[in-house]
Design a protein around this ligand. Structure first.
Ligand SMILES: NC(=O)c1ccc[n+]([C@@H]2O[C@H](COP(=O)([O-])OP(=O)(O)OC[C@H]3O[C@@H](n4cnc5c(N)ncnc54)[C@H](O)[C@@H]3O)[C@@H](O)[C@H]2O)c1
Ligand SMILES: N[C@@H](CCC=O)C(=O)O
Length: 543
């Protein structure tokens, strides 16, 4: 029974804790890290409210300490994916009909649980499972996830409030129904917040969800699921399954009740999914919603008027925080020849001070890359650069996987603006720089725009306002998130809605109203109070 219209005002962003020496949060986080290190977690799938264990397990190990076993998860088969779809569909009617304020209460409670009781759990799990330092874990798994949950409740309440006008004698209204079927959420390794947002944003709109995380993110995904259950999420609304991506895709994309995919990950995987959905389009009850945020080749363009110190810091943080494993990471930079030497020396000096190692030592800025496959791929780019006359390594270039998947922050300088590492997404701690003639700014703008297939993030560093204006205009389609005098990473929910176009995705801006609209199917209802009783128009009476 709905007894009122309830408001959910815009929340404030969750404050970022410092974890400074002597702070209570530092002690709490250290304690939780030790507790996780002392146990071996046995992580089930969650299907229809039941914990499902198959006995076929996959080990989970910190990327920075591969000899240590954190635990294992239970791998699912075809039957588990089918069970997850069935559980979702069985939960659909009751969930879709639940009053909005009851649904909202579950996600707001989950946000508060993460902000308090489970803050150190989710951060410690992300630090151990995904090799993030405390600051990177805090801004992702605590703050961004909390913000996604709270802001989406606010945005959805704003959408529900939007109603059509009504002429005299009638009442028009708009219902924002969930999609007819189930939504598949497929989430990446690199952000715990994204893993939490993709299933919950669709579920918040009244949809039921099958959620498949990346294997390398399962350790923290398990905590998200436990929090949602404790917050009161009914059985079957979100079903968490671990099975190979292609297997999940094959089953879900062949199901007539498939209603949408909420994906974040690489461009190649998304394009394969889109093709499969296209081939199966005749099978579905409705046209599925296809939402995908994918790869990037994010640029930093430095103008001759820039402050060299600001440019060097934007590159150091933008390229190497979380080992460059952010879709937004600066991976190609364009330096004007009047400032290039100064920027390079400042950047190289900064990199020399960056410590690399385990996430349990809070003084390490750089940790390990996610897994061996990724390590080998990044190392190959570095080896190729060492041999190529068009490239020179001016910082880093070493790597070692004996203890963990460690790769030094590496800067490649190239004489070719189309060198392979200026064009392809590497997804690791590798920045390539190219020096251009400072007076050929117009030409370099064309190069920046046309070098890569992606258009996710980018930055202009300049003091000259005409240069900023020109870059903002000429690079209008080169990035979905554009930064002026800042690094191209670190978008905050509610402040910089995030997403890119071209090969970087459908630009449905996670953590904004635009994204939530994709999980709703509106129904217009017109009610006439005194209906007509005669079909004749007045002019028919003239004759
Ligand atoms: N644009 C953004 O907002 C954004 C954010 C984060 C990450 N990313 C991108 O994600 C990538 C890194 O993440 P990743 O390594 O986890 O990506 P990935 O594409 O390898 O994996 C993403 C998810 O897809 C699953 N998957 C893999 N192959 C599949 C298949 N054939 N069918 C169905 N599912 C499949 C994976 O298991 C995982 O859950 C980078 O390209 C990065 O740019 C983009
Ligand atoms: N939203 C994050 C990137 C997410 C992709 O990996 C940022 O803005 O840095």
């Amino acid at each position: 029974m709905n007894t009122g219209y309830f408001q959910y005002p815009a929340p404030a962003n969750e404050p970022v804790l410092s974890y400074a020496p002597g702070s209570p949060e530092r002690a709490g986080l250290k304690k939780q890290l030790a507790a996780f290190k002392a146990e071996v977690a046995d992580i089930p799938m969650y299907i229809g409210g039941e914990e499902v264990r198959t006995g076929e397990t996959v080990d989970l190990r910190p990327p920075h300490e591969i000899k240590h076993k954190l635990g294992h998860f239970h791998q699912g088969k075809e039957s588990h994916v089918k069970d997850a779809i069935a559980a979702a569909l069985a939960a659909r009617e009751k969930w879709a009909n639940m009053d909005w304020e009851q649904r909202a209460g579950i996600f707001l409670r989950a946000a508060d649980l993460i902000a308090t009781k489970y803050r150190f759990h989710i951060n410690a799990a992300t630090m151990l499972g995904q090799s993030k330092n405390p600051f990177q874990a805090e801004i992702d798994s605590a703050c961004e996830l909390i913000d996604f949950l709270r802001f989406n409740v606010h945005f959805l309440s704003e959408i529900y409030r939007q109603q059509p006008v009504s002429a005299p004698g009638i009442h028009n209204r708009m219902e924002y129904r969930p999609l007819e079927g189930f939504v598949l959420a497929v989430t990446p390794f690199n952000f715990t917040a994204i893993a939490g947002n993709l299933p919950t944003s669709a579920a918040m709109c009244g949809n039921v969800v099958v959620w498949k995380p990346a294997n390398t993110q399962v350790y923290a995904a398990n905590i998200i699921m436990k929090v949602l259950i404790e917050a009161g999420l009914p059985a079957g609304v979100i079903n968490l399954v671990y099975a190979g991506g292609p297997l999940i895709g094959d089953i879900c994309f062949a199901d007539p009740n498939f209603a949408g995919i909420h994906f974040t990950g690489s461009t190649g995987v998304f394009q394969t999914m889109w093709k499969t959905i296209g081939q199966n389009i005749h099978k579905y009850k409705s046209y599925p919603r296809i939402v995908g945020e994918t790869g990037g080749k994010d640029f930093v363009l430095i103008h001759k008027s820039a402050d060299a110190g600001i440019a060097a810091t934007a590159l150091a943080r933008g390229a190497f925080e979380y080992q460059g494993q952010k879709c937004s990471a600066a991976s190609r930079a364009y330096l004007p020849d009047n400032l290039a030497a100064d920027i390079k020396s400042k950047l190289v000096a900064d990199l020399k001070t960056m410590k690399m190692g385990s996430t349990e030592d809070f003084s390490n800025f750089v940790n390990a890359v996610i897994d061996e496959k990724s390590f080998d791929k990044i190392a190959q780019y570095i080896e190729n650069a060492k041999k190529d006359p068009k490239a020179k390594i001016i910082a880093g270039g070493n790597y070692d996987k004996s203890v963990g998947y460690f790769i030094e922050p590496t800067v490649i300088e190239t004489t070719d603006p189309n060198y392979v590492t200026m064009c392809e997404e590497i997804f690791g701690p590798v920045l390539t720089i190219y020096t251009y003639e400072a007076d050929k700014f117009d030409e370099i703008l064309v190069t920046v725009d046309s070098t890569s297939e992606y258009a996710l993030t980018g930055a202009i560093i300049a003091q000259d306002r005409y240069a900023i204006e020109l870059a903002t205009r000429k690079l209008a389609n080169s990035a979905g998130n554009f930064y002026i005098n800042d690094k191209p990473t670190g978008a905050v929910v509610g402040q910089q809605p995030f997403g890119g176009a071209r090969a970087s995705g459908t630009n449905d801006k996670a953590g904004s109203m635009l994204n939530l609209y994709r999980w709703l199917s509106a129904r217009s209802i017109k009610e006439t109070f005194v209906p007509a009783t005669d079909y004749r128009y007045p002019f028919l009476n003239e004759a």
